[in-house]
Design a protein around this ligand. Sequence first.
Ligand code: IPE
Ligand code: IPE
Ligand code: MG
Length: 260
Amino acid sequence: MALRSRSGTPRAELSTLSESELLVRAREHPVPRHVAIIMDGNGRWATRRGLPRVAGHREGVKAARAAVRAGTEIGLDYLTLYAFSTENWSRPEDEVSMLMSLLEEAIYRELPDLMARNVRLRVIGRPGGVPLPIRRGIDRVVEATRDNTGLTLVMAFNYGGRDELLEAVRALAVRVQAGELAPAAISEADVSAALYTRDIPDPDLLIRTSGEMRVSNFLLWQIAYTELWITPTLWPDFGARDLYRALVDFQGRTRRFGGV
Ligand code: IPE
Ligand code: IPE
Ligand code: MG
């Protein structure tokens, strides 16, 4: 028997529904609080068109804007976008610097729209290592949107899951050394509270575009029981319709958390 989503639509048929039909379906059931996305495939998108990789990153920014709009439309509480990893520094210098300025420029340009949509920007990742003017530019937008109460857009920028865990281990070790915490008393809650995401619920759904079957050092602790949705669509081609489709698919799943 074909797998069915809770609304009764066979999963294969979801691919034939339009954006507005999918939005209606997604609204029939509770939406996940937190969706995280590994936005992958910008380079391939550009290469397939004979364009420089940076052209793919520019298109990727447009897809990110569309995802934020769709996220506000459907009422997510948190949308986390993986924008730049601690490993992405190993790319050619010109690609890295273009990516940095593209991201800063995009965030600043989006400020009026973020305000209009009541979106609050948060950044997770290592602040050190990011060029100062870029950090300041992003911080200004974080500051300007801090009292917004709608969607929280979490940008993972210079983010690495292992790096985040290392920082947490160091912070806990300092507390142990100071005699504040006994090693045997360290709990999962203590570890969670030492991460960048301390006040953010774990993602319910993790989306990865471009078909790669890996997590690439993203939210390693937080995705322990996150549902996965991987699509071959390259990030610049990902739109609101794809997000709603992932949500409807998610709504048809049973999460078990190790139980029966
Ligand atoms: C994702 O696209 C954007 C970033 C990692 C910053 P890629 O640049 O990784 O594109 P591919 O994977 O090479 O196609
Ligand atoms: C993951 O994509 C990082 C971001 C989307 C920022 P990558 O393209 O860097 O991941 P790998 O190299 O394919 O694992
Ligand atoms: Mg990639």
